[in-house]
Design a protein around this ligand. Sequence first.
Ligand SMILES: [Zn+2]
Length: 378
Amino acid sequence: MRRILGLIFCLFLFWGISNASDSKFVVVIDAGHGGKDGGAVRGKYKEKEINLGVALALGQLIEKNYKDVKVVYTRKTDVFIALDKRTEIANKAKANLFISIHTNSTAAKTTNAAGADTYILGLARSEENLEVAKRENSVILLEDDYTTKYEGFDPRSPESYIIFEFMTNTFMEQSLQLANFIQNDFKTVAKRPDRGVRQAGFLVLRKTSMPSILIELGFINNKNEGRFLSTKSGQQTMASAIYSGFKKYKREFDKKQGKFVVADKEDDFSFDTKDTATVEDINTEQPVSNITQVPQKTDLAGKIEYRVQFLISTKKLPENSSSFKGLSPVTFYKDEAGYKYTYGSTTSLKEIIDIQHRVSAKFKDAFIVKFKDGERIK
Ligand SMILES: [Zn+2]
C-alpha cells in the first residue's frame, strides 16, 4: 500500500513539474509611444526612441537568461499603438507581468530634476504624480474616437481621475513588489537618483488583468539625463537594472508556485549587436589627440594607484572602440553595474588631477578612483 501511495505521489510530482514547464511565464514589455506619437521630445532626444531602446535591451536580457519566460513586445519598431491596444495585447497573451517603459519630462524647457521612478496604478497623492499621468494619458487624443473608447475620459481634466479612487486593484500587492524590486535596482545597479515608487492613474495600466507597472526612466529635459538615456550604454544600464528587479520578482513567483528555484547562475549581460550596434555617445565629437600619454606604470605593489574613471558599459568594448573618444590605452574593472573604464595610472595625486582635468574635457563626469594591488578601494 505504501508503495502504491509513493507511486501516486511520484506521478503527481511529475505531472506538476511537466505541467509547469510547458506553461511559460509571460512578460509583456511595452515601449511607450511610437510613430506619430513621439512622447516627450527635447531637441534630438525623443522619448519614443529611448523607451524602445530600453524595452528591446530588457527583452534580450530576459530571453537570453530565462528559457521558461516568453517575452511579448507591444511594439518592436517605431509604430503608433493605441493605449487600449497595448492593454489588449497583454490581456490576450495572458501575461503574468506588464512593464510599461516611459521617459519623464517637465513643462519647463530644462530641469534639474533627475532620476527614475516606478508607478503602480492608483489615485495620485500629489500634483506632481497627477501631472505625469495627465501627460502620459494625453496620447489618447491622437486616437480616433477616444471619447467612446475610453468612456468619456478626458486626460486633461483632474475630475476624470476620480475613477481611480473607486477602483479595486486586484494586483496591487504584486505590482508593488515588482515596483519595489526595480526601483531599488535603479539605485544599486544603475546608480540613478531614486525618486521612489509612486501611484497615479495611468490608462494603460487600468484594464490590465495582471500585475503591472509603469516606469519613468528619467528626465529627457535634464541635459545630462537626456543625453545618458539617449545613449545605447545608458539604455542598456537601465535595462540591466529593470532585469535585475524582474529576476527577484520571478524568483519569488517561482517559490510561491512551489517550483524548484535553481541556484543563481552567472547572468549573460551581453547585448546582440543587431539592435544595439554601438555604445557610442550620440554626442559624437572628434577623438582627442591632444591628451598626453599615460605615465609609465611603476611598481604599484602595496601603493595607492590613481586612475580616472570615465565610462561604464554593460558589455565589454573593443580596445579601439570609438566610445573611448581617442583615449588610449584604457583599462577596466568590473562590478555588478558593468565594465568601468579608466584612463591613466599613477601614484601621484597631483598628476591624476591633471589627467582628470584633461579627460573631463571629453567626459564631463570623469572622476578619480583609487586602487590598491589591482582592487578598487574607497
Ligand atoms: Zn511617456
